[in-house]
Design a protein around this ligand. Sequence first.
Ligand SMILES: C[S@@+](CC[C@H](N)C(=O)[O-])C[C@H]1O[C@@H](n2cnc3c(N)ncnc32)[C@H](O)[C@@H]1O
Length: 245
Amino acid sequence: MTLYGVGLGPGEADLVTVRGKRVLENADVVYSPGRLSRSVALEHVSEETIGDLDFPMTKDEAKLRTAWKAAAAEIAPNAREGDAAFVTLGDPNVYSTFGHLRRTLEAFHPDVDLEIVPGVSAVTAFATALGVEIEAGAGLSLREAANGAAPTGPDRMILFKVTDAPATHEGLVDAGYDVTYGRRLFMEQGETLVTADPSALADRDYYTLAYAEKRDLEIDSATAAFARDGGSVDGSSASDDHERT
Ligand SMILES: C[S@@+](CC[C@H](N)C(=O)[O-])C[C@H]1O[C@@H](n2cnc3c(N)ncnc32)[C@H](O)[C@@H]1O
């Protein structure tokens, strides 16, 4: 049958897609790579459906390869005999552990059928959570900013893995960016925080991202003129409008 890579979205149970929920409910076994994805999956399936996988907390590539080979060996027979699901937060194809599993299965168990159910990624959910509009025609780059890194270059960036917000902030501000941070956005687990103050994020939390935009960036869209000119583009001002209503 099939192994489904299911994107769970950012963390709130009702941000799982209708398709993702259906696949989870019909799966014989549901695997998760971590505590948070497991707790979201448990909002949709019972504890008995959850399969056990052991992932070491290491960056040692040899140990990681061994762990993924073991995970694939556990999952493959279940995905041949029935339907299995492997859940990840966000989307399975964006900065996700599912990529390791897919490559390992393709190398060692190529007969396993794979299907991916996309999820709401933090790459897009951040815009609503931070009240940012990425207007049509604008560019947006995804970068990683772990351990105080401050990548620069693009006009607009979304930065993942902001684990040292004060250090990242200093680098970005020096390079001419305005920065807003989002922690645990659309997540049931832990406190959601949106702030431009990096000292509010001094404690390390892996689920922290940043949106950086070059200062004084010109927004080029037909209706942007309304915001710049206070509504006077068609000859009337915002205060005139206010007086008329
Ligand atoms: C390994 S990436 C996983 C991305 C995920 N696959 C997705 O599509 O959203 C993890 C990073 O994404 C960001 N992230 C993911 N979910 C988040 C959330 N709900 N709130 C804030 N940041 C989040 C954080 O920067 C975190 O370090």
